[in-house]
Design a protein around this ligand. Structure first.
Ligand SMILES: *Cc1c(COP(=O)(O)O)cnc(C)c1O
Length: 416
């Protein structure tokens, strides 16, 4: 950042501070990761200068010989990764990907059946605070058993039969188990709904081959972010199983429907990330992410702490801090932050507390696994977490130990 340092010390200093924060602390937010230096170079490239409204071969501005190439490359790699016929790599984020799908497949007033927010769903699955909830009708399914995480598929089917949703949406931000894609697809077929999986959190686990791909069960559409377990630049993407009407409608909904010019530097970085995800190393990474999360869960289980769904089958854990440690989610987040562990407070199923100070915390292993942590380090981190949660006065002491551990595990920068 030599130019930035010379030209604008104020901005440079702030970014430098953030780099140090990321370097010396433990990133446990399950939706975050560290990207490779190659991904970062692509995001910082001259492609940021270019307008490319439209799609490859059909643009509204000249000078597209290289932007067309980079977008086509990203699309081809995305299709190979997810085993599908069409990809739209232009959504600026995961929310945009979902909104694009709603506008493509629904008319105002149509119904979407998605997961309840406090049971793991995402705001963009139609929470009343969102703008889209004013346009479409969102209804919700939940877990049957919060202690095991089993989804209430019978109730889901009953709601589907009664509400006749046009889309059944399977996906989550705070659910530590796997969904039964086949059950969703069977119910959707029975009521004539589209099947959409929002795999924002688990895209990396799917392409790494450690979680099942909804396309293998006939899902119509996948939406995702590219920056969570997929370990790419901040952005979104929509994958469509087949070329055809759905694909055409989705492309139109993104542009000119509601986005303007695509961010080509991000699309180039997505292509780099997809290239990394296509390597065998990425499969090993994804498998380790889950092993690491399960290693942490074992420590909490031994401690007798209450994890929502009793543990984890993916990259994240939801801990009921009120029941387990007599701390609210906000208190736990703050104490752990002081100890050098970044994670987020989170509502737990049917939480009686407010989202600003809920009953639990959510954390996970995508970023620490990128940092090359194995089960041993993850068990150690879980023990430190417990130490601080039991006695918040220990935060300073633990912070020093974490700094030492982080020094031994610097950012790798190169993944392939
Ligand atoms: C993170 C997330 C999103 C939103 O992604 P943004 O890039 O923040 O817009 C959408 N859906 C799910 C399930 C997510 O976890």
């Amino acid at each position: 950042m030599e130019y930035l340092q010379k030209q604008d010390k104020e901005v440079f200093k702030i970014i430098e501070g953030e780099e140090k924060r990321q370097d010396e602390g433990l990133e446990l937010i399950p939706s975050e990761n560290y990207v490779s230096a190659a991904v970062m170079e692509a995001t910082a490239s001259v492609l940021t200068n270019k307008y490319s409204e439209g799609y490859p071969g059909k643009r509204y501005y000249g000078g597209q010989e290289f932007t067309d190439k980079i977008e086509l490359l990203a699309i081809e790699r995305a299709k190979e990764l997810f085993n599908c016929e069409h990809a739209n790599v232009q959504p600026l984020g995961g929310a945009n990907a979902n909104i694009g799908v709603y506008f493509a497949l629904l008319e105002p007033g149509d119904t979407v059946l998605g997961m309840d927010l406090s049971h793991g769903g995402h705001l963009t699955h139609g929470h009343p605070v969102t703008a889209i909830s004013k346009i479409f009708n969102f209804v919700r399914y939940k877990m049957k058993n919060v202690e095991t995480g089993e989804i209430d598929y019978e109730e889901l089917r009953e709601i589907a039969l009664k509400e006749k949703p046009k889309i059944i949406l399977a996906g989550f931000s705070a659910y530590p188990r796997e969904l039964d894609w086949k059950k969703f697809k069977d119910i959707a077929d029975e009521v004539g709904a589209y099947t959409v999986a929002d795999v924002a959190h688990i895209a990396g686990l799917i392409v790494g081959g450690v979680h099942e791909n909804p396309f293998d069960y006939g899902f119509d559409v996948l939406t995702t972010t590219t920056h969570k377990t997929l370990r790419g630049p901040r952005g979104g993407m929509i994958l469509i199983r087949e070329k055809g009407e759905i694909a055409k409608k989705i492309d139109k909904a993104i542009f000119p429907g509601f986005q303007g010019g695509p961010h080509m530097h991000q699309i180039a970085a997505k292509a780099v990330c997809f290239g990394e995800a296509l390597t065998p190393q990425f499969g090993k990474y994804s498998a380790q992410v889950i092993k690491n999360a399960q290693a942490m869960a074992e420590v909490f289980e031994k401690e007798g702490a209450r994890m929502i769904t009793g543990g984890t089958s993916n990259h994240l854990i939801l801990l009921d801090t009120v029941t387990s440690f007599n701390l609210t989610g906000a208190e736990a987040e703050k104490a752990l932050d002081e100890a050098g562990m970044t994670l987020n407070k989170n509502v737990i199923a049917d939480d009686v507390r407010s989202p600003l100070d809920p009953s639990g915390i959510r954390f996970g292993t995508p970023a620490v696994t990128t940092r090359k942590f194995k089960e041993e380090e993850c068990r150690q981190v879980a023990e430190w977490m417990i130490e601080v949660l039991k006695d918040v006065q220990k935060a300073g002491e633990v912070r020093e130990k974490i700094k030492d551990l982080c020094e031994k595990f610097p950012f790798p920068h190169i993944f392939v």
